[in-house]
Design a protein. Structure first.
Length: 316
C-alpha cells in the first residue's frame, strides 16, 4: 500500500480539503456542495470500489434524505439533529430493501434492478405530490439552528457541513479498514471463494448497501437545507448517473479518490457553465478523456505521480 493510501493520510487529505476550500472559493454554497457530493461519491465507492457493485440506485437515498429534511423542517419544525437521524435511518432501511432484492441477480441484471428501483421511487415521489410536492418539490426548507444559532450565512453552514463530512468520512475509513471492509474486498475480488470459505456474502453486500444509503440520505438532507429546496430532480435516475460519474472520475481505489472526483466534477461544471451555455458538451468531452486515458481515475494519476516523485512501490 502506498503511503498516500493509508487511512491517516486519507483523513489528512480530507481535512486539508475542508480547510482549503474557503481559501480558494468565493462561494460558500459551492464549497458546501463539493463536500456534500464528496460524501455521496465516497458512499457510492463503498459499493463500486470496495464491493464491486455498480448501482444506479444512489439517487433514491439522496432524494429520500432531501424529502425527510423538507417534510420535517417545513411542516413539523423538528430539530435538525432529529431530522438527520431520521434521514440516516430511513436511508439505511430503504437501501437495505433495495440491496437485498437487487443482489439476488448479478452483472447486468443487478444493474437493471437498481435502475428499475430508481424509476420506481421517482414515480412514487411524482405521484404522491401531497407529500413530496411533485414537480415543484418542497420549497422554503430552512437552514438548521445549532446551539441556538441559525446557520443562515453560507459560510456558517459550511462549517456545519464540514464537521459532518469529516465525521462521516472518518467513520467510513474506519469501516473499510476493519474486518468488515476487508471482507467486502474479498467478496469483490472473488465472490465464489469468499462464499466457499464461509462468509455470508449476501449479508455483507446488503450491509454495504445500508451504510451507503445511510450516508447518502444524510448528505441529501444537508443538500436540501443548503439550497432551501427538496426537488424532484434529486431522486431521478440522472442523479444516480451523476454520482457514479463523480466516483469513476475520482477512481475507486481509495475513499479520498471519491472526494477528488466530486470536487473535480463540481468545479469543472461551475467553470464550464460560465464559459458556454452548452457546457454539458464540454463536460462530456472531459469525461471521454478520463475514460480513455485515466482508467483508474484522477487518483490513479496521483498515485503515478507519487511513485515517480518518491520511488515508492505498491505493496499488496
Amino acid at each position: 500500500m502506498l503511503a498516500i493510501n493509508k487511512p491517516v493520510v486519507q483523513f489528512g487529505l480530507a481535512l486539508a480539503t475542508v480547510l482549503a476550500l474557503p481559501l480558494f472559493l468565493g462561494s460558500g454554497i459551492l464549497a458546501s456542495e463539493i463536500l456534500i457530493y464528496a460524501l455521496i461519491a465516497a458512499a457510492c465507492n463503498l459499493l463500486l470500489g470496495y464491493t464491486g457493485l455498480l448501482s444506479f440506485g444512489q439517487g433514491i437515498f439522496f432524494g429520500v434524505g432531501s424529502y425527510v429534511a423538507g417534510i420535517f423542517l417545513t411542516r413539523y419544525g423538528v430539530p435538525v439533529w432529529a431530522v438527520l437521524i431520521v434521514a440516516t435511518i430511513l436511508g439505511a432501511m430503504i437501501a437495505t430493501l433495495v440491496g437485498w432484492l437487487s443482489i439476488r441477480r448479478q452483472g447486468v441484471y443487478f444493474v437493471m434492478l437498481t435502475l428499475a428501483f430508481s424509476q420506481l421511487f421517482f414515480f412514487l415521489a411524482y405521484t404522491f405530490s401531497d407529500i413530496t410536492g411533485g414537480d415543484n418539490g418542497l420549497m422554503d426548507v430552512p437552514r438548521p439552528v445549532v446551539l441556538g444559532q441559525a446557520l443562515n450565512s453560507a459560510w456558517s453552514f459550511y462549517v456545519f457541513v464540514a464537521l459532518s463530512f469529516l465525521g462521516l468520512f472518518a467513520l467510513m475509513l474506519r469501516a473499510m479498514q476493519s474486518t468488515f471492509g476487508r471482507t467486502l474486498i474479498a467478496v469483490r475480488d472473488n465472490e465464489e471463494r469468499a462464499a466457499a470459505i464461509g462468509f455470508p456474502v449476501k449479508a455483507f453486500k446488503t450491509a454495504a448497501f445500508a451504510i451507503s444509503g445511510a450516508v447518502t440520505a444524510y448528505a441529501g438532507a444537508l443538500k436540501a437545507m443548503l439550497i432551501g429546496v427538496a426537488p424532484l430532480a434529486n431522486i431521478e435516475h440522472h442523479t444516480s448517473e451523476m454520482i457514479l460519474i463523480m466516483t469513476i472520475i475520482g477512481g475507486s481505489t481509495s475513499l479520498f479518490a471519491s472526494v477528488l472526483g466530486a470536487a473535480a466534477y463540481m468545479l469543472l461544471a461551475d467553470w464550464l457553465s460560465q464559459i458556454w451555455p452548452r457546457w454539458l458538451l464540454l463536460l462530456g468531452l472531459a469525461l471521454v478523456v478520463v475514460a480513455l486515458f485515466l482508467q483508474k481515475g484522477l487518483w490513479g494519476l496521483v498515485e503515478k505521480l507519487w511513485v515517480a516523485a518518491t520511488g515508492a512501490k505498491k505493496e499488496g
